[in-house]
Design a protein around this ligand. Structure first.
Ligand SMILES: *Cc1c(COP(=O)(O)O)cnc(C)c1O
Length: 362
């Protein structure tokens, strides 16, 4: 089989090194005589792996002692409900900044289990093409927290500077951009991310929670839906998704070996600059619907002059070994997801294909 460059939004491409390590480890892992999928989650070997993955995450993000890394299940989507269940007190409400389809889903769950309020929305004609400025935020000082979506996987927008929420705890859905660059993670009271975009395979959700915030959390909840349970038991209250956590460890080790988050940021910015350069360099053929200052470094969305040309572009790109370029079904167009693991060489191959396609059809 010839090399394929994978631009799917998620599950998404993983570092070749992480896959190769799994291939070598799979039949017999670390002298145990079995694979990591078969060993008890209470064994000392698994325990070491579990904590290595947590420690790597904390190290890469520079977390302080008050922030705890959790590995949960249920995807980012369960976090939409768990966060309001745990942190909105009786009669209280939380603020949501609506920048795309995922923020809307998060708000919907908050309204089911408690109460949520729109602090700002950039929806216009059913579309999201930008991130709001600080001056556009109508923040309630008594809100339980402010929720933002750091990268809008479908709309192709990204917060480049996080908002100032004063004393109100800040919560971030970072499912499609956690670890793309260094940032002050300790400013957040809670960060969550389904692993399958920028961190690993599907099946594990990374949550980083401020332990001192848990002192105010609701106690009358089912055991598994309480963050306190998972903090106390180090995400080993029940059987964790051991193989996804193993793959997450492989990816985190790869990020560290590459030089950590500073290296990721250099690599990601160079890829995004190259790709947006091709889009901007062919006005009238390629166009990006997103305002320049809000463009995502992870999910690059673009349009061609007609839906017919877009379908042809996606099909011909696939034949050329460039897969997963169709935009999300709700918005159409094209999307190239160029997460940490996407090699610069893959973006270069896409750019050359785009230049040739424009020369032929432009
Ligand atoms: C994909 C995605 C989700 C949903 O993740 P699941 O793990 O499928 O529940 C939530 N938020 C954002 C920003 C996403 O990109």
């Amino acid at each position: 089989m010839s090399k394929v460059w994978n631009f799917y939004a998620g599950p998404a491409t993983l570092p070749a090194e992480a896959i190769a390590r799994a291939k070598a480890d799979l039949p017999e892992w670390e002298g145990t005589g079995m694979s990591v999928m078969e060993i008890s989650h209470r064994s000392k070997e698994y325990d070491a792996l579990h904590h290595e993955a947590m420690d790597l995450m904390a190290e890469l993000l520079g977390l302080d002692d008050d922030h705890h890394v959790l590995f949960l299940q249920g995807g980012a989507s369960l976090q939409f409900a768990m966060i309001p269940m745990n942190f909105i007190p009786e009669g209280g409400s939380a603020d949501y900044v609506i920048t795309g389809a995922w923020s809307k889903k998060a708000l919907k769950e908050a309204k089911i289990v408690a109460s949520g309020r729109v602090a700002a929305t950039t929806e216009s004609d059913g579309r999201f093409t930008r991130i709001p400025g600080q001056d556009e935020l109508d923040l309630d000082p008594s809100a339980a927290y402010v929720h933002i979506t750091s990268n809008n996987t479908i709309a192709g927008t990204q917060w480049h500077e996080f908002p100032d929420t004063g004393d109100v705890p800040l919560v971030g859905d970072m499912s499609s951009d956690l670890l793309w660059r260094p940032f002050d993670a300790n400013r957040f009271s809670l960060i969550y991310a389904g692993a399958q975009k920028n961190l690993g395979p599907s099946g594990v959700t990374v949550v980083i929670v401020r332990k001192s915030w848990l002192e105010q959390a609701n106690q009358e909840l089912p055991t598994l839906l309480k963050y306190a349970t998972h903090v106390e038991k180090d995400s080993l209250y029940n059987t964790p998704p051991t193989f996804p956590i193993y793959m997450l460890r492989n990816t985190l080790a790869w990020v560290k070996a590459q030089g950590g988050l500073e290296a990721m940021e250099r690599r990601n910015r160079a890829k995004a600059d190259r790709l947006y350069g091709v889009i901007d360099g062919h006005p009238g053929f390629y166009s990006c619907p997103v305002e320049k200052a809000s463009r995502s470094v992870m999910n690059v969305v673009f349009r061609l002059p007609s839906e017919e040309l877009e379908a042809r572009f996606v099909a011909e790109a696939k034949e050329a070994g460039l897969v997963g370029l169709k935009g999300h079904r709700s918005v159409g167009g094209c999307r190239a997801s160029i997460y940490n693991a996407m090699e610069p060489e893959g973006v270069e191959a896409l750019c050359r294909f785009m230049e040739a396609f424009a020369a032929k059809h432009g």
